[in-house]
Design a protein around this ligand. Structure first.
Ligand code: SDX
Length: 434
């Protein structure tokens, strides 16, 4: 079980009319304190109002911490730069779920367990054939992951540790197989079964890019880059898709259905869909001399256009993941001997935007999605697969957060309230009188 560790460090005083209220202030180990408003409605008859949750903590969590001002991202206290440099994705998955880096024996056992579940139930195959070939891979991934809830009934008992562990292991193990299957189906190639002798990242690359007619070889640089990209995308506090998974899970819903809900939310262009939108934008810009035109559009309030891959709700300084991703972009392009004009446009766009008053004033910096599209495209993925890869990696974060929520003694079903501005009570008017 999770142990709640927030400590009361003070009191907030609130005056409403002639009444005064005191609300406890809690603090965690890092980050801003929070005012506990749980008693507010019962004591004062007032709600708080915070659409978009810009000033609202939805939960206590001990998994990931972001300091937006410092550009800091920690997974269970470890800086993302160190994990990207020294760890591997399955070790990071273990860390996010269990809270500590695994010992040699724990690491070996965890990797063996995951490896035992990489194959899909053969009947899942028929789900893919129900999709049109040109269906977006995210549509296939959302549908197929949700469908797994029809195959693994034992895992649904979220109150039992063993069932929860099995669901987590199955999801981590099968999500690359499903992601690769979505890709192969969309290009009309036969799907490739997992090969359990390969590492997680190499197995995924092989399921995506090998064909039965040829031997498949991939360089260590490319495998390491794929693994690093998964690490960078693994978790990120209570972002929109993680909050979706938590809210779905708070009702006790089936874990596969909860993760499918997270995949659906991540698909949006304001969230995980930004990597696909960003590369499409960079391609539309095309050449460095067209950058000023797009910067002007991004600043024009009348124009809905936004610079995709820029801005973040939390990071008001650089996104540490975009710096690692930029380095990976160079490593991959150098390894493949690719000259990618889009990378030149991206670097020039970043330089111009970071010197522009509008972006400085609004603290808009490149986020994780700004360079990821360039790397993924260089690795051979079509833009339609970019968010699928984000969802593959983020599945580890989603299940870690889902598991923590179920182990949190203070957890209750999520049920926000509202400020209602619709019609006041009125009587039904018969159609003859309308
Ligand atoms: C991810 O939450 C997470 O952690 C998400 C994520 C994760 O790992 O889970 O980090 C992954 O989703 C990264 C973000 C990817 N999205 C994009 O790159 C899409 C482009 N960015 C924006 O749509 C926007 O910046 C958001 C959605 C990322 C953040 O939105 P906010 O915090 O609600 O900020 P906002 O929309 O209120 O913008 C504040 C101001 C606005 O101007 P004003 O109304 O104050 O005048 O900044 C402007 C916006 O118009 N602005 C931009 C801009 N982003 C914000 N202007 C131009 N281009 C942009 N990209």
């Amino acid at each position: 079980m999770m142990e709640n560790k927030i400590k009361q460090t003070g009191k907030a005083k609130l005056s409403i009319g002639s009444d005064d209220y005191e609300l406890p202030i809690y603090e965690g180990s890092m980050g801003a304190p929070g005012i506990d408003v749980r008693p507010l409605y019962k004591n004062s008859g007032h709600f708080t109002f915070d659409p978009g949750y810009t000033s609202t903590c939805s939960t206590e969590s001990q998994i990931t911490f972001i300091d937006g001002a410092k550009g800091q991202l920690l997974y269970r206290g470890y800086p993302i730069e160190q994990l990207a440099d020294k760890s591997d994705f399955l070790e990071v998955a273990y860390l996010l779920i269990h809270g500590e880096l695994p010992s040699k024996s724990q690491d070996k056992k965890f990797k063996e367990t995951i490896t035992q579940h990489t194959m899909l139930h053969d009947q899942v195959e028929s789900f893919f054939h129900g999709f049109r070939r040109d269906s977006h891979p995210m549509a296939m991934m959302t549908g197929t992951v949700g469908a797994l809830s029809g195959f693994y009934h034992d895992d649904a008992h979220t109150t039992e540790d063993e069932a929860r562990d099995m669901a987590m292991h199955r999801l981590i193990a099968k999500i690359p197989t499903i992601a690769a299957r979505c890709y192969k189906y969309s290009i009309g190639q036969p799907h490739v079964y997992p090969n359990n002798e390969l590492s997680y990242a190499e197995n995924f690359l092989r399921m995506c890019f090998s064909v039965p007619a040829e031997k498949y070889k991939v360089s260590k640089t490319i495998v390491d880059a794929m693994d690093k990209i998964f690490i960078l995308h693994a978790d990120h506090e209570q972002n929109a898709s993680t909050s979706t998974v938590r809210l779905a899970g708070s009702s006790g819903a089936n874990p596969y259905a909860c993760i499918a809900a997270g995949i659906a939310c991540l698909w949006g262009p304001s969230h995980g869909g930004a990597n696909e939108a960003c590369l499409n934008m960079l391609r539309e810009i095309g050449t460095v001399d067209r950058i000023p035109e797009f910067i002007a559009r991004a600043k024009d309030k009348q124009d809905p256009f936004r610079l995709m891959g820029f801005g973040h709700r939390v990071y008001k300084n650089f996104d540490p993941r975009s710096r690692v991703m930029q380095k990976v972009a160079h490593e991959v392009l150098d390894e493949l001997g690719l000259k990618n004009p889009v990378l030149d446009v991206a670097k020039e766009l970043e330089k111009i935007a970071l010197e522009d008053e509008y972006f400085i004033a609004k603290k808009l910096y490149p986020n994780v999605d700004f360079y990821s599209g360039i790397v993924l495209s260089a690795l051979g993925f079509p833009t339609s697969m970019f968010t699928v890869l984000f969802a593959l990696a983020r599945t580890v974060g989603w299940i870690s957060q889902w598991n923590e929520m179920l182990e949190d003694p203070s957890q209750r079903i999520g049920r926000p309230r509202q400020l209602y501005t619709g019609p006041t009570a009125r009587d039904y008017t018969p159609i003859s009188k309308r």
